[in-house]
Design a protein around this ligand. Sequence first.
Ligand SMILES: NC(=O)c1ccc[n+]([C@@H]2O[C@H](COP(=O)([O-])OP(=O)(O)OC[C@H]3O[C@@H](n4cnc5c(N)ncnc54)[C@H](O)[C@@H]3O)[C@@H](O)[C@H]2O)c1
Ligand SMILES: [Zn+2]
Ligand SMILES: [Zn+2]
Length: 389
Amino acid sequence: MKALVWHGKSDIRCDNVPDPKIEDPTDVIIKITSTCICGSDLHLYNLYLPAMKPGDIMGHESMGEVVEVGGQVRNFKKGDRIVVPFDIACGDCWFCKRELYSCCDTTNRNAKEAALLMGHAPAGLYGFSHINGGYSGGQAEYLRVIKPDVNAIKIPDELPDDKVVFLSDIFPTGYMAAENAGIEPGDTVAVWGCGPVGQFCIRSAWMFGAGRVIAIDRVPERLRMAEAGKAETINFDTETVYDKLQEMTKGRGPDRCIDAVGCEAHHTGAIDAVLDKAKTLVGLGTDRAHALREAIMCCRKAGTVSIPGVYVGFPDKIPFGAAMNKGLTFKMGQTHTQKYTRPLLEKIQKGEIDPSFVITHKLKLEDGPGAYKIFRDKQDGCIKVVLKP
Ligand SMILES: NC(=O)c1ccc[n+]([C@@H]2O[C@H](COP(=O)([O-])OP(=O)(O)OC[C@H]3O[C@@H](n4cnc5c(N)ncnc54)[C@H](O)[C@@H]3O)[C@@H](O)[C@H]2O)c1
Ligand SMILES: [Zn+2]
Ligand SMILES: [Zn+2]
């Protein structure tokens, strides 16, 4: 089959690789019909998460049609259309029983190495490096889906892929980020980053009763998409975010701050951002954490900082004294996707949201290598790429 294969920094190729096989009677194989490129993939592409090996298949936002069924699969049959959450859960461990699927204790095949780095091993993830289990991803013609009975969701025929494929990650991720923010009715919610995840944070913040949503980025078309989602916007290239947010909230600061940027924040001019850039360039730093620092400084006293943005290592210069003395609450994590797929599918079915609004590019799998580049470099108005093998 064809697949997008990681070869090194900024080097992803569409190669011919062996087809996946059923390895466990609880597996199914799907023929991919839609698979997306995510901001998380950029951390692998740009080598911020240095745990890929040449030959690894990328991709964790996939859906497709079941073409082969393992002997112990109960809920799926050939021909079913399914969406596959990016995290792999076992359904049986202490964490899975509490719906903390991205913390599953049993699916990370490199748990020892991961625990050395993080204290404990997070779940296995598709196409997301050896520190997350080294599983082949879905930017390919076929994917082995592990324990679909626990993880996957069946999609009714009448719903097109474009409306449901983001149940694999970014819609639940934006939704969990808004939930984690602890929004109370009327709250002002500030969202750093208007990439695909930020866009779903904005739409989800309203679902939790926000009174006002303020979105921060510098890419014009992303700011416009945020405005279409009824957010007020701040362009961090032309305004000082802290000053503007304090002015907009009469000096109190936003009640809830969501960092949907993660470890590759940009900022021209801020001294911490210059230091991050220098340190990551020479291998002395792991993350560029400007957005997180800014969110902590801007957040109102006793407010919440919710962090869906991915951090990988040891970001420094975090104003933890400010966080402690202002009494902030932090919530974060890889999304417990399986917890949200059914309720969010219902919202799509009821017409409360059509997630396809975020798609700017629909391309063939073979166009993947170029698509990575335009998505990273924000060329051609690119906000979200869906690949159709
Ligand atoms: N927690 C999870 O389970 C989960 C799931 C999916 C994605 N993510 C993470 O969410 C983050 C966003 O993903 P995405 O797909 O939207 O990526 P993206 O790269 O398309 O979007 C990031 C956006 O942040 C903006 N940005 C950069 N510096 C900024 C700053 N200083 N202030 C404000 N905005 C700034 C960029 O211009 C860009 O629009 C990534 O870190 C990704 O890894 C987490
Ligand atoms: Zn993703
Ligand atoms: Zn588990």
